[in-house]
Design a protein around this ligand. Structure first.
Ligand code: ADP
Ligand code: MG
Ligand code: MG
Length: 877
């Protein structure tokens, strides 16, 4: 079996397609090598070896040793030096890399192969002892901490004490002899912690490093990252062993990172940073301030031209924006990595549309390129331009959108506070972030760091998540001990509000109002393309004219769920509603309902007008009545006073409406069965409103929806009632208006008997919140206490209220669709219109499922409409 794949010298055994086996880094190093891009030679040990390592009680498979030795020999020949050769040593890096990019896995080990003897040799060969000993002490530090688990602080401590002793500030001020001394001290630190001396045999170094990479796959950071990003099903990480090239040999050397296009805005501009005379992750670490990539032109014109050519080659080859790492050694350029660049939602849209216009990809590919959830980014709030937003400081705009939250200074604190109160927005303020902080970053609405550049950890992670972020804001000083920060001298305590504008880099003290975004430009173009390919219609859940108008702007093709009860809580309406609930006789109830009717009618008129020409599904009263009454004494006293009733009576009614399980209690169509006058009032209001709007010359398409039906008898009874009221109202007004009467399918029994129900229902809408609730037997409001454990123990792959459970609830949905459609067709010859109106309507995976089972539409909240449009297109392509 082949465990090792070589690359370098213009050829490679692997290709970019072999990511699963070689990891992303290894596959792309191979690909770059075979298309003639300069890459230092090396080899990749496959992810299968990682898998075998864990399957065989952490032992490496037989046969690996000889394959590695062969690949190494090939590399040595290609490079013209040998690992451990004291006169001409080959040095290598050991790099991890899974099929998906995973910050949080093992740190790269550089300069592997150095020993006492080969360091001497390297010093002689390069005539640069400072460089050689600096490399060696870095290796002892990296190998010690990353591979052997020595606390990095111990090395740092030695470095600092030597600098103090020599009276210097910067590492670079240390001379060759100082570094030689440092190596001696580092070796002592190593030996004290590990118990044996620093390994002098480079093969021993290599094998220990390889195993450390495999062990890091199951490290806490890596596991956390996979959980948060929902990555599963990977075999493991690959290990890349690659000849070292040095960006720190002098002023004709350097290292950098870049994106082939701007990952924030998507502009077709080369974007990145570099440092002259630097090695490894110095650019990312934020120790020195890097220079902008365009300035490389002045410093090394020939290299810059070559880099631009490579940028072009990579984009035409991959047909995707790339994120690259490069190193220049004595004027020669080497590429060390390329991968698909992470980007903001805004950039994703622009790049997809631009690349289609440039002819690199076609429209369908462009539509497929954008992750629907990333559109959130374009739908992110912006600062209200009218607000008084005086910036107190400016940093580097790392991830767009405005965010406002209470300052927290550590990731743990952010996690703790979010758990304590998920509603309070948090602003994580740090010097910098590292993979240990991701859970805290996840808990915050925005991230602000005082150091770091565009490629720093905070910037990359935030951008990937679409979370507003500012980095490198030097005017921010953090005093963790005192629990406060200062922004340009002004103190801001932990717990105080801070606002950031990730689009501009502005930091504002206090709470600045934000405004919702608009759909225009490339976003609108991409949506147009999506609409060409999708077959599912997208409706919205809205209960007022304002939300309806917003949803239309985002492309909603109707309302899939208008919850009437939302209208009952304001002003005078709640008073009439309570009168109705407290009434003792039908006559009194009708009187109270008469008071409510005009409000209902006017609300519907507003919504019908906003949705002119589009269908509007209105659900009849659904929640249990006790929700409309106060449960505390003060509230009950007030109600009694307001309605001129004895407070005892109010208390008694609240008492009598009390249910031990309201979710399964007196609600939904059960209300209309017992109190038909409620249904009557609502239906009359709907039809009267429709007629009024129709008379204005506006087309109306009301769809009256009966909730929580479980038996055909309920449906038959309430359908007849509804129809009677419709006909009477129309007759009375003397104006015809079209309407449909249908039902929600949200009780499992309704799905099971969908054929019967469809004999009466003119449309179905799956209420997947209740359907999920009743299918699992989980109360949606009570899952908090156990859902975490369920996800952790993999009992559930995902919260079923966020993403539709296809294998369970999904069966009821497809059964309902099949039975309902077949029976309706047989009975009337009509196509039964079916949609979904639960939270799931805005979840891309659930949208794909709805497409698959042949629904006519999905309905979601206004801001998720664009996401659903794109998801529906992707499902159809
Ligand atoms: P990550 O997965 O964290 O990006 P990499 O494997 O890309 O880690 O390594 C980090 C950095 O180490 C690279 O960006 C590069 O600067 C440096 N590096 C890795 N391998 C080599 C090499 N063979 N020669 C020179 N520098 C290297
Ligand atoms: Mg790394
Ligand atoms: Mg890298």
């Amino acid at each position: 079996q082949k465990y090792v794949y070589s690359f370098g010298g213009g050829e490679a055994e692997g290709t970019a397609k072999m990511k699963e086996l070689l990891g992303g880094k290894g596959a792309n190093l191979a690909e770059m090598s075979s298309i003639g891009i300069p890459v230092p030679p090396g080899f990749t040990i496959t992810t299968e070896v990682c898998d075998l390592y864990y399957k065989n009680e952490k032992t490496l498979p037989e046969g690996l040793t000889s394959q590695v030795e062969k690949a190494l020999a090939r590399m040595e020949a290609e490079y013209g030096s040998k690992l451990g050769d004291p006169s001409n040593p080959l040095l290598v890096s050991v790099r991890s890399g899974a099929a998906m990019s995973m910050p949080g896995m093992m740190n790269t080990i550089l300069n592997l192969g150095l020993s006492d003897a080969s360091t001497e040799g390297l010093a002689r060969k390069t005539d640069n002892p400072r460089f050689a000993y600096d490399g060696y002490r870095r290796l002892i530090d990296m190998f010690g901490s990353v591979v052997m688990g020595v606390d990095h602080e111990h090395f740092e401590h030695e470095l600092q004490s030597l600098k103090d002793q020599k009276g210097v500030k910067l590492d670079t001020e240390l001379k060759a002899d100082d570094l030689k001394e440092l190596v001696r001290r580092y070796k002592a630190v190593y030996e004290k912690a590990v118990g044996t001396g620093f390994p002098q045999d480079p093969m021993e170094q290599l094998w220990k490093a390889v195993e450390a990479v495999f062990r890091s796959w199951m490290g806490k950071k890596a596991i956390d990252y996979r959980r948060i990003e929902k990555i599963s099903g990977l075999k493991g990480t690959a290990v890349n062993v690659q000849a070292m090239v040095f960006g720190n040999t002098g002023t004709t050397s350097g290292t950098g990172v870049a994106f082939t296009r701007d990952p924030n805005t998507g502009e077709n501009e080369f974007y990145g940073d570099f440092l002259i005379n630097a090695q490894g992750e110095d650019v990312v670490a934020g120790i020195r301030t890097p220079e902008h990539i365009a300035d490389l032109e002045k410093e090394m014109p020939a290299v810059y031209t070559q880099l631009l050519e490579i940028r072009q080659t990579l984009e035409t080859h991959y047909k995707e924006m790339q994120d690259i790492e490069f190193t220049i050694q004595d004027g020669t350029l080497y590429m060390l990595q390329t991968r698909t660049g992470k980007r903001t939602g805004t950039a994703a849209v622009k790049i997809a549309v631009d690349m289609a216009k440039e002819g690199l990809i076609d429209e369908k590919t462009a539509v497929q390129r954008v992750n629907p959830d990333s559109l959130n980014h374009l739908l992110l709030p912006q600062l209200d331009p009218k607000a008084d937003a005086k910036p107190a400081a400016r940093g580097i705009a790392a991830s767009p959108g405005a965010a406002c939250g209470k300052v927290v200074l550590t990731a743990e604190e952010a996690v703790r506070q979010r758990e304590a109160n998920p509603k309070v927005p948090l602003m994580l303020v740090r010097k910098e972030t590292s993979p240990e902080d991701v859970a805290g970053m996840d808990a915050a609405v925005g991230i602000l760091t005082s150091t770091g550049g565009k490629a720093s950890h905070a910037a990359v992670v935030a951008r990937g998540w679409g979370k507003p972020c500012i980095v490198g804001c030097e005017a921010v000083r953090i005093n963790e001990k005192a629990g406060e920060i200062s922004v340009n001298g002004t103190a801001v305590k932990a717990g105080d509000f801070l606002t950031i504008n990730g689009t501009t880099g502005d930091v504002m003290i206090g709470e600045v109002p934000t405004i919702p975004p608009k759909m225009a430009g490339d976003f609108a173009v991409l949506m147009e393309w999506a609409d060409k390919y999708r077959t599912l219609k997208i409706r919205t859940n809205a209960d007022n004219p304002k939300d309806s108008a917003k949803a239309r702007e985002f492309g909603a093709e109707g309302i899939g769920l208008c919850r009437t009860e939302h209208m009952f809580f304001e002003g005078q309406r709640i008073v009439d509603m309570r009168k109705m609930i407290l009434a003792d006789t039908e006559a009194d109830r009708r009187k109270a309902l008469d008071g409510l009717e005009p409000y209902q009618r006017d609300d519907f008129i507003g919504i019908f007008e906003a949705m002119a020409g589009l269908p509007v599904t209105i659900r009849l009263l659904d929640p249990p009545l006790h929700e409309f009454l106060p449960h505390d004494e003060t509230g009950q006293n007030e109600v009694a006073k307001q309605l001129g009733l004895d407070v005892q009576k109010v208390r008694d009614r609240v008492e009598s409406l009390h249910e031990s399980n309201p979710m399964l209690g007196f609600r939904g169509c059960r209300l209309a069965v017992r109190y038909p006058e409620i249904l009557e009032m609502q239906v009359r209001a709907i039809i009267d409103a429709a007629i009024a709007v129709k008379k204005k010359g506006i087309e109306v398409l009301p769809e009256i929806m009966i909730p929580l039906v479980g038996t055909v008898e309920e449906m038959a009874l309430l359908k007849a009632e509804t129809e009677r009221v419709c006909k009477e109202t129309i007759a009375k007004a003397g104006t015809e208006v079209a309407y449909l009467i249908g039902t929600m399918i949200e009780v499992p029994r309704a799905a099971l008997t969908a054929d019967k129900i469809a004999e009466h229902a003119e449309f179905f809408s799956f209420g997947t919140n209740d359907l999920t609730q009743m299918t699992f037997g989980y109360s949606r409001d009570d899952i908090k206490s156990f859902m975490g454990s369920y996800l952790e123990k993999k009992i559930l792959p995902e919260d079923p209220f966020a993403s539709l459970d296809e294998s369970g609830v999904g069966q009821l949905v497809s059964m309902g669709v099949e039975k309902g459609r077949a029976s309706r067709k047989a009975a009337t010859g009509d196509h039964l219109k079916i949609g979904i109106c639960g939270e799931h309507g805005g979840d891309p995976a659930s949208v794909a499922f709805c497409h698959k089972v042949g629904l006519d539409y999905v309905s979601c909240s206004p801001f998720r409409v664009p996401i659903a449009r794109l998801a529906a297109a992707q499902a159809a392509i």
